[in-house]
Ligand binder design. Structure first.
Ligand SMILES: Nc1ncnc2c1ncn2[C@@H]1O[C@H](COP(=O)(O)OP(=O)(O)OP(=O)(O)O)[C@@H](O)[C@H]1O
Ligand SMILES: [Mg+2]
Length: 313
């Protein structure tokens, strides 16, 4: 059995949506609603689902930027260190992790600087070595981020994440701000780094071809829950849950973007959660039995589906 680096058990995250005149919370956004997830060492776990389903909330939770409202999040003791240090994040917009006023060598080594106050000489040497690994010429490291192209900046952001010596990297739409030709280079770099360093990736992406190319397993999220989980090929090529089926049908053959709500532009409310199966109102197969809350059911293949109907038989 492979080693679990991270486990989430029945994690809920709520945000206050409305407060009354006394400052008391009268309405909440239910962003994560009972998330169970296990991330294994060395794997790439792809996370897909429509806008607002809770993907970035999950990323922030993994990074320790948010705490669960209820439920547990456990990180294996063998990871580099506790939350926020054993993990690093790569964002869609690399500029969000690079200070525009600083030469990039300083941004690259900031995670190291936070962990241990090493000398400038040591940090410069580390920045040069990481830059070489991500394909940035070390002699450019005294320049600020705006002196680089989008693809180069994303390489610099990846070098910065690596300097924290993470076990797990959370990649939230890491290539969606880049040109197609540059996207492939960055993905290949990520694959190569993963191989060299035995990194574990949690990859959030709207792009099916990116998820297919990168992921070992895929988790499909709907309204803050996982509705389907399994081997990437299995989930993307023969989806079981009606939501995954709709999501895959809505992917244009060429564009391969998972945008928007399939067959329905109205997003169901995460302020007042539906009774029973969360997907019931949009499900073409909904009927008797679906008014019961649905648990994630294990399939023989190692996958799991949150639907009582045996649609796959
Ligand atoms: N700090 C916050 N305060 C209140 N509501 C929030 C906060 N952060 C997220 N939300 C809400 O929680 C829900 C989940 O948001 P999240 O950013 O995780 O979605 P997402 O799946 O990443 O979407 P996208 O694909 O558009 O990035 C949304 O309804 C969002 O409006
Ligand atoms: Mg997001």
């Amino acid at each position: 059995m492979s080693e679990a680096l991270l486990e989430l058990n029945d994690v809920h995250v709520n945000f206050p949506a409305k407060t009354n005149w006394r400052g008391k919370v009268t309405e909440q956004v239910h962003a994560l609603n009972g998330l169970d997830l296990r991330v294994e060492r060395g794997e790439t776990l792809g996370i897909v689902g429509e806008s607002g389903c809770g993907k970035s909330t999950l990323a922030k939770l993994l990074m320790g930027m948010l705490k669960p409202s209820t439920g547990q999040l456990e990180l294996a003791r063998s990871t580099n260190s506790w939350l926020g240090r054993g993990m690093q994040m790569v964002f869609q917009d690399p500029l969000s992790s690079l200070d525009p006023r600083l030469p990039v060598w300083r941004s690259i080594t900031e995670p190291v600087w936070i962990q241990s106050r090493t000398s400038e000489k040591e940090r410069r040497a580390l920045a040069a070595s990481l830059a070489a690994q991500v394909g940035i010429r070390p002699e450019y490291l005294d320049r600020p981020p705006h002196a680089f192209s989008g693809g180069q900046r994303q390489r610099i952001a990846i070098a910065r994440a690596l300097s924290g010596q993470p076990d797990i990297m959370v990649l939230d739409e890491p290539t969606s701000a880049l040109d197609i030709s540059v996207q492939a280079q960055i993905l290949n770099l990520l694959v190569e780094l993963q191989r060299q360093r035995n990194l574990t990736y949690v990859l959030i992406s709207h792009n099916v071809s990116v998820v297919r190319h990168m992921s070992d397993r895929v988790a499909v999220m709907y309204l803050g829950q996982i509705v389907e989980l399994g081997e990437a090929k299995q989930v993307l090529d023969s989806p079981k849950h009606p939501y995954t089926q709709l999501l895959m049908e809505s992917v244009p053959r060429i564009g391969a973007e998972l945008d928007g709500a399939p067959g329905n532009t109205e997003l169901p409310g995460n302020r007042k959660l539906p009774q029973g199966c969360y997907f019931r109102e949009r499900c073409p197969y909904a009927g008797a039995g679906c008014e019961q809350p649905q648990g994630l059911r294990e399939l023989g293949s190692g996958g799991a589906v949150r639907c009582w109907r045996k649609l796959w038989q």
